[in-house]
Design a protein around this ligand. Structure first.
Ligand SMILES: [Zn+2]
Length: 299
């Protein structure tokens, strides 16, 4: 049973907007692409956990704090006798393992050691669970989900699940008898209540935005055609002005949660391509307005 569904992390959504609107620095760009790839991997992993039939609680994307340190668990499965944290990895291509480190065969670049990441999150999760009175043993796994992943010189007894083993692993845990009780539920609820929405270490790039309405399909800028239609200048995607402006409002809320939504603010954010008159109408029709005339804002 899933206790929460996985949604795109706010940080990823934010960076996707930013990537369309500004030149991200090389470090930020790499970070953003890693988030995209990582998220896709987690979605792939969900396809396996969704098939589980056993009595489990499954929590996706849990971000917690313990001993003043933040950590994240891609998927946590609570079974009757075992708690399984999974570190999900979506690396593609050939890698090798040497002296405790992971390297890409094509670039020779060292990648973050996922076994260390798992060890760290386990060492932070266990004391937290202990504080909650938990006595169920914790058994974590690094899971490589990309079917085009190979690890040479793989460590023999490491807790790693390879793409070719995913199906049989899931089948195996599905067959271990599991019956959850109120104690398990309480534990799961406690963990969920401690979940941090956004990382304290979320990247905060300097904001020099390019304004305009970005295409929902290819993230290029759109131009307006008449009063009713927007067209992407790159992929030709078409959209009604109303829906494009409302997407801009949503994006504005994610990027500037503290700023009030005003006709002029959204007009500017849309790059001035939609008249203030049309924007006012769209906002009035779709959002609750507070105040009048020049003091009006929307929620
Ligand atoms: Zn487009």
């Amino acid at each position: 049973m899933f206790l929460n569904s996985r949604s795109e992390p706010t940080e990823l959504v934010k960076l996707r907007f930013l990537n369309a609107r500004m030149m991200l620095g090389p470090k930020e760009k790499r970070y953003y692409l890693n988030l995209e790839i990582g998220y896709q991997g987690e979605v792939m992993f969900d396809q396996f956990t969704q098939k589980l039939q056993n009595d489990f609680y499954i929590i996706n994307d849990l971000r917690l704090e313990s001993n003043n340190a933040e950590f994240q668990i891609d998927t946590l499965i609570i079974a009757q006798e075992t708690i399984y944290p999974f570190e999900v990895k979506n690396h593609e291509g050939d890698y090798y393992y040497e002296a405790g480190n992971f390297f890409s065969m094509s670039t020779e670049d060292e990648i973050k050691n996922p076994l260390d990441q798992l060890k760290r999150s386990k060492s932070l999760l266990c004391p937290l669970l202990k504080k909650m009175g938990n006595k169920i043993p914790v058994e974590g796994f690094v899971t490589f989900v990309n079917p085009v992943f190979t690890l040479y010189q793989a460590p023999l007894h490491a807790p790693i699940i390879y793409p070719s083993q995913l199906k049989s692993f899931m089948k195996k845990i599905d067959q271990i008898p599991s019956k959850l009780n109120s104690r398990h539920k309480w534990l799961a609820d406690q963990l969920l209540s401690l979940h941090l929405k956004e990382s304290r270490y979320a990247l905060k790039p300097a904001y020099y935005y390019e304004k305009g309405i970005i295409c929902p399909r290819c993230y290029s800028f759109m131009i307006s055609v008449g009063n009713k239609k927007l067209v992407c200048h790159k992929c030709g995607c078409e959209e009604s002005v109303d829906s494009g402006v409302l997407r801009c409002v949503m994006e504005h809320e994610i990027l500037f949660p503290d700023r009030k939504i005003t006709t002029n603010g959204i007009h500017e954010w849309c790059g001035g391509i939609v008249s203030t008159k049309v924007i006012r109408r769209i906002l009035l029709q779709n959002l609750a307005s507070i105040g009048t005339r020049q003091h009006r804002y929307f929620e």
